[in-house]
Design a protein around this ligand. Sequence first.
Ligand code: GRF
Length: 200
Amino acid sequence: LRIGVLASGRGSNLQSILDRCQEGTVAAEVVVVISDKPAAYALERARQAGITAFGLEIRSFPGKREYEQAVVKLLQDAGVELVCLAGYMRLVGESLLRAFPNRIMNIHPALLPSFTGLHGQRDALQYGVKISGCTVHFVDEGMDTGPIILQAAVPVLDDDTEESLSARILNQEHRIYPEAVKLFAEGRLQVVGRKVYIKK
Ligand code: GRF
């Protein structure tokens, strides 16, 4: 399975996918990494792993649409079959969705449908929930709204800070994202409406 990863930041989820692919736990290969932030450490990780990496600045394009069309072209040219968003801080638009229907995954640091958006950990902490976690889901036109593939829960402790809770959640992200990719690579995910069934 040929994977393309889109990332805006440090790329620790990218790394967890790379590691599982490299050790052979996940039968897939990351063939291209693209970032909207040319300075993102994710690109550095990709290059260190010998993977083609592109930093595309949206402001060097006439608009969002053209930026995204360029992303789609790079993914298609690399023969990508699954797109993994890993800390990609942009809403996915129509051209990308149409090019990869039910073939784009995202990881979100909260138990969806709670605490969507950019600050899942902080919002959970402020709300006062006792359990939070992370969610891998297929991407649709909404923000963090697509069909849920896997979730993992972690406790929220009385003395948690945004940082400590984020770290606990991140551990689980690094476990379930590669797991979701593995299931996809094995052809075991079946999407029926909002539901994702995992075949035995
Ligand atoms: C993760 O917490 C992910 O859930 C969120 O952004 C963060 C990205 O971290 N979408 P990294 O770049 O993978 O280290």
